[in-house]
Design a protein around this ligand. Structure first.
Ligand SMILES: Cc1cc2nc3c(=O)[nH]c(=O)nc-3n(C[C@H](O)[C@H](O)[C@H](O)COP(=O)(O)OP(=O)(O)OC[C@H]3O[C@@H](n4cnc5c(N)ncnc54)[C@H](O)[C@@H]3O)c2cc1C
Length: 451
């Protein structure tokens, strides 16, 4: 158990959380301080109640993509992909690409994404029409058999990274610049100045630390930190049609369901024996059980998957479900695979394995090889399900990514620039004021809350 000697009495920057956002902010801030001759990584202290990658970043399936209907997300993601590409070895990044396969109901949305990708020079191919989509997919996987697909957006960049290994890589880069990461210490409150509401430090389980600035990268625990900051439990949200919706919960939890089919990852290779792109399929075709033949759903559904040597199988997930409880009643701890309440169960297994078989013949009859190990986890979502990157109480910068975040390794770089006084155009659409001003991000026809 650590004691107060692990902390300094004062440091310029305290960062709460050693997940992707806390670590990326620390690493990039250390670079910025050094380049500007204004300090170094030794001015930065990361405090984590557990350890590096103990939160969502350590259990994420690790998909890195650009495919978002919201223009502001696309530009931000292009920036993030560039950070992944900057050091693939340290980040354990696999640039295999990403494919979005969609039914007619999503065709126009995805066409506009493809158009915007062309405009910003993000390398992708867009295939339209059922016959051409099927031909394109059979060119990659000879056993492709999904029905009801009328477009394929094939992003040539992006792919996936290995969750824990990438966070250890990022932590190593931050430590090499002098950043200190203190494990096993929890921030339990904030200190304020005598004449203002500005936060001047944190209280922790082993004592106080005063600081000039705080960055919150608390992932699924952000509602708890939000409460410590005395920020509102509910907010008024103006819809794009001008209507004001009062007292909307600031945070809602969703559970992300994922798992692994324990076959040799090589089973997922392409016709020419290469690692394939990450495949995301949405469709409105009925889905029948690969076990019983019974109907599983006749509503729009979606899955994503990839062969992955890190998980040692075919790994992926499906649509999350909303947790029907107020945020302060949801048990966030124990988190992730240690949770008894929020891990994937047999219904997900049958749906996901049947969906794999719907897509590719090679996965028919393979459900017995599902890995019987806990997987999945929960995430805190904002009222429009998109991130909030903003300052509160004058000195506190909150990075609340609304569960889009493993791929968002570049956000910490932009936040670091903002902390050094250079406002970021890319982060501007994600301020808290958008809820009051009706500047919400547009919604797509995807069955996922995050696309
Ligand atoms: C099952 C699952 C799969 C996902 N898959 C993907 C994916 O494929 N691609 C993608 O882009 N995103 C994915 N996500 C979302 C992504 O993982 C998260 O958005 C992202 O990791 C959040 O990063 P973070 O740094 O904000 O938080 P986290 O990684 O959760 O880190 C927060 C850290 O803060 C610490 N902490 C919390 N409170 C305190 C406190 N009071 N004091 C001290 N320390 C504290 C925690 O111990 C933790 O280590 C997935 C999420 C889940 C749950």
């Amino acid at each position: 158990m650590p004691d107060a000697t692990v902390l300094s009495s004062h440091v310029k920057f305290v960062i709460i959380g050693a997940g992707v956002h806390g670590l990326s902010t620390a690493y990039h801030l250390a670079l910025e301080l050094q380049a500007a001759g204004k300090g170094s990584g030794r001015d930065i202290l990361i405090i984590d109640k557990s350890r590096v990658a103990a939160g969502a970043s350590g259990i994420a399936c690790g998909v890195v993509r650009n495919n978002y209907f919201q223009p502001a997300m696309r530009e931000l993601m292009a920036e993030c992909v560039a950070v992944w590409e900057s050091d693939p070895a340290a980040y354990h990044y696999h640039p295999v690409g990403y494919m979005q396969l969609s039914p007619e109901a999503m065709h126009a949305d995805v066409a506009s994404i493809a158009q915007q990708q062309r405009e910003i020079g993000y390398d992708s191919v867009f295939i339209e029409g059922a016959a051409d989509s099927s031909r394109y997919m059979k060119g990659i996987f000879g056993d492709w058999q999904a029905k009801g697909i009328t477009s394929v957006l094939h992003e040539k960049k992006g792919g996936y990274a290995n969750n824990r290994a990438s966070m250890e890589g990022l932590a190593g880069k931050a430590r090499a610049l002098g950043v200190r990461i203190v494990d096993g210490v929890k921030v339990v409150g904030f200190r304020t100045g005598s004449n203002s509401g500005a936060v001047t430090g944190v209280d922790t389980t082993v004592g106080p630390v005063s600081c000039d600035c705080i960055v919150v990268g608390a992932g699924p625990w952000v509602p708890e930190v939000w409460k410590m900051l005395d920020l509102p439990r509910t907010i008024d949200v103006r819809a794009p049609d001008g209507k004001l919706h009062r007292d909307i919960p600031t945070w809602t939890y969703w559970c992300l369901e994922e798992g692994t089919l324990g076959v040799a990852p090589n089973l997922g290779l392409t016709n020419d024996g290469k690692m394939p792109p990450v495949v995301h399929v949405d469709t409105d075709e009925p889905l029948y059980s690969d076990v019983t033949g019974n109907l599983i759903t006749d509503e729009m559904w979606g899955i994503y998957y990839k062969p992955d040597f890190n998980f040692n199988g075919i790994q992926g997930g499906g649509m999350p479900y909303r947790i029907d409880k107020p945020a302060d009643k949801v048990a966030v701890d124990p988190y992730g695979v240690e949770s008894k309440e929020f891990v994937t169960g047999p219904a997900f297994r049958e749906m996901w394995c049947s969906a794999l078989a719907f897509c590719q013949k090679r996965y028919e009859g393979k459900i017995a090889q599902w890995k019987q190990e806990p997987s999945g986890g929960i995430g805190a979502f904002t009222p429009d399900s998109f991130p909030v990157f903003d300052r509160f109480r004058e000195t506190v910068y909150v990075i609340a990514d609304s569960n889009h975040g493993y791929k968002m390794i570049g956000v910490g770089k932009l936040v670091a620039q903002e902390l050094m006084g250079a406002p970021s155009r890319l982060l501007e659409p994600f301020r808290m004021s958008r809820f009051a001003n009706g500047k919400l991000h547009p919604t797509s026809h995807s069955p996922f809350p995050w696309s």
